[in-house]
Ligand binder design. Structure first.
Ligand SMILES: *[C@@H]1O[C@H](CO)[C@@H](O)[C@H](O)[C@H]1NC(C)=O
Ligand SMILES: *[C@@H]1O[C@H](CO)[C@@H](O)[C@H](O)[C@H]1NC(C)=O
Ligand SMILES: *[C@@H]1O[C@H](CO)[C@@H](O)[C@H](O)[C@H]1NC(C)=O
Length: 646
């Protein structure tokens, strides 16, 4: 039985957000602030009290006085999405206030600073999964899960935007709304397939009027329109119902289709049986009738529901990407799942056997859902597409908020998209992918500063004079003093970004790196760093981390340290790239072998007070750093206007 079955309608309800708040930009937040706070409190109290009524039958349990805000912590915040049959969509793990029951005094200038300049965001409201990305007649299309009514998850429809270059986006009208019985409770996630004749096929999950997850077909009403503004839902939808033995809440997010050598199309859909994550496979010729392929693409016990399965080939020889149907020599396959249970995206490299539709991992230790992650920070529900325009595979991902829902509602928006990343197999290691921001992002680079061979002594912080530091593209290389490495004793220390104390934990050979979004007094800063351990075998083991623990003086934001190991091969320097864009920091180590995305919400290190520092908190080693830092332009993402057609 899925946990969805334990829910009832009451728990599914979410805090309604007043239109007034959303219709207004950040400048109005202050004006409406006290009103907003009251509205949000009352919304939460209503939910809390209803939950208490139904589950305890005890009215007295709920106080209606304002002091209840002390109780609005992790335990009592309403879940969003889970009852409707998708993964949790709210920050229920976050405290919304400090222990004294006081809200952090966010003000307008702090909150409006958080909006990004060159990452994709809708103009307002809530966004989640990327959907159906594709390139068509000169335009990149991007669809996304969108709530037109508020800054929290709910009422999901498909937002739509187009761009010539994956960076400068224009908002278009909603592509699909919840207007049919088979998607009345949500037009959920889906993928595009471009047929050899150029036809565009969209498959998506609908939540029916009874919250059954079904798959539906849609296509452009006018294929000659490069903007693909209007979509037709196939009159005989749904095209797929949950099969016998599968819970009706565990059947969602169809992949892009790939072709078999028999000329049939296959898709995969994520599910689970008990706690075993599985990926079902279906075959079709016309995308209207489907037949289940016996068995599963892959099944892994104990990991739970697989959402947003992605399945695609990568070349073992070429640098370019491969069409989703590529199969045969010099091809490996990548399977990615989004784990509902921990909300991370895991991938596995392996071999796909067309006969039997069977995926076999190269390394069983890194099986689907237990091995490598695309990104060790905030990064979920991602999806790739093959860009036939530039012959590359491009990865999109939803980067959610890690502040309080209260702040999101006050801002009037929630979530950004990561900068699209090219994905290739790492030919040097053969065992991981390389992810890198699409080259087009470099068109935003403005003036740059170069720093060569800066020496950072153990325990030092070096200010980098680059003026403001809220929109940056940073490329840096580090070398640890060789003598120090030789001198350093071997150790059995097991460094773990998450649990070892972040950049405040000092070892002989680390941490060192950069402090981004840091203010002059260092009351707020976010270290992006390497930590190197000389193991008992004499080999160096390197971690790459992002430490949010001192990123903000606010009490109601996530303060985790994120990161993981990064393979560093012989004769390689340590290298990183960081994209800083207000509240998002995307970091790539060793050409994209390990990536970490953070959302940070400083209160002092903002606008002109946001600075950049080099730091070395190793106790033994001096580190030499060379950097180039570009100021980044805004992408000026805005509504589409007719003159953009040309
Ligand atoms: C917001 O608070 C900060 C820190 O207290 C202060 O410097 C800033 O002037 C405030 N801004 C507004 C618009 O009140
Ligand atoms: C799922 O769990 C139930 C209860 O433990 C068990 O009876 C059933 O056989 C399991 N199903 C499968 C397919 O393993
Ligand atoms: C370096 O470590 C010390 C001691 O733990 C800590 O106080 C300091 O904040 C660390 N520096 C940085 C930049 O994290």
């Amino acid at each position: 039985m899925g946990r969805t079955n334990e829910c009832n309608d009451v728990e599914c309800s979410y805090v309604p957000v007043s239109d007034e708040l959303h219709a207004t930009g950040p400048s109005a937040v202050l004006r409406g602030r006290s009103k907003t706070v009251v509205a949000v409190f009352w919304g939460m109290l209503v939910v809390v009290s209803l939950v208490a009524l139904t589950s305890n039958g005890n009215i007295d349990h709920v106080s209606t006085s304002a002091s209840t805000n002390k109780d609005l912590n992790t335990e009592t915040l309403p879940a969003r999405g889970v009852c409707a049959g998708v993964s949790e969509k709210s920050n229920t793990r976050l405290f919304t206030n400090n222990n004294n029951g006081e809200w952090f005094p966010w003000n307008n200038s702090m909150l409006s600073w958080q909006r990004t300049a060159f990452h994709f965001q809708p103009e307002k409201n809530w966004m989640n999964d990327p959907n159906g990305p594709l390139y068509y007649k000169g335009w990149y299309h991007f669809f996304y899960q969108y709530n037109p009514n508020g800054a929290v998850w709910g009422d999901i429809v498909w937002g739509h935007a187009v761009s010539r270059d994956l960076i400068h986006w224009f908002h278009l009208p909603l592509a699909m709304v919840a207007d049919k019985w088979y998607d009345q409770k949500g037009v959920w996630t889906g993928s595009a397939t471009i047929l050899p004749n150029g036809e565009v096929i969209m498959l998506y999950t609908g939540a029916t009027n009874e919250l059954v997850q079904v798959q539906n077909l849609a296509y452009p009403s006018d294929p000659s329109d490069p903007l693909l503004i209007d979509w037709i839902k196939y009159p005989k939808n749904p095209v797929l119902f949950p099969p016998p033995g599968i819970n009706v809440h565990d059947f969602r997010d169809p992949t892009t289709a790939w072709l078999t050598s028999q000329g049939k199309w296959r898709i995969s859909i994520g599910s689970k049986i008990n706690k075993t994550g599985i990926a079902l496979v279906y075959e079709t010729q016309d995308f209207r009738t489907f037949e289940r392929v016996e068995g599963v693409l892959r099944a892994v016990p104990k990991v739970g529901m697989w959402e947003c399965v992605d399945f695609y080939p990568v070349s073992t020889k070429l640098e370019k990407g491969l069409d989703t149907s590529a199969y045969g020599v010099d091809v490996k396959h990548v399977m990615k799942v989004s784990l509902d249970d921990d909300r991370h995206d895991y991938y596995t490299i392996g071999n796909y056997e067309e006969n039997g539709a069977d995926f076999v991992p190269d390394d069983i230790q890194n099986d689907v859902g237990i091995g490598l992650r695309y990104d060790y920070g905030i990064f979920y529900a991602s999806k790739t597409f093959y860009d036939q325009n530039k012959e590359r595979r491009v990865l999109w991902s939803w980067i959610g908020e890690s502040d309080s829902e209260y702040a999101d509602v006050t801002k009037g928006w929630a979530s950004v998209m990561g900068i699209p990343r090219t994905v290739v197999l790492d030919k040097k290691t053969g065992s991981n992918l390389l992810q890198w921001p699409v080259e087009e992002v470099e068109s935003l680079r403005l003036k740059s500063n170069k720093f060569e061979n800066l020496k950072a002594m153990p325990g030092s912080v070096v200010s980098l004079d680059i003026e403001t530091a809220t929109q940056l593209d940073i490329v840096a290389e580090f070398e640890i003093d060789k003598e120090a490495i030789e001198k350093t004793d071997q150790t059995n220390e097991e460094y773990n970004c998450k649990t070892s104390g972040g950049a405040a934990h000092r070892g002989a050979l680390g941490p060192f790196g950069l402090l981004v979004l840091a203010n002059d007094g260092l009351s707020e800063y976010t270290p992006i760093y390497f930590y190197v351990v000389k193991g008992n075998d004499g080999n160096l083991k390197t971690s790459f981390c992002s430490d949010q623990s001192r990123s903000s003086l606010a009490t109601d934001v996530d303060k985790s340290v994120f990161g993981s190991f990064v393979p560093v091969l012989e004769n390689e320097k340590l290298s990183l790239r960081i994209l800083v864009d207000h509240s998002i920091v995307e970091s790539f180590a060793q050409g994209g072998r390990t990536t970490v995305t953070s959302r940070v919400y400083p209160t002092r290190a903002i606008y002109g007070d946001a600075k950049l520092f080099l730091f070395n908190n190793a106790t033994e080693a001096t580190v030499t750093a060379s950097l180039k830092v570009w100021q980044m332009n805004s992408a000026f993402i805005k509504p589409f206007s007719p003159e953009q057609r040309s």
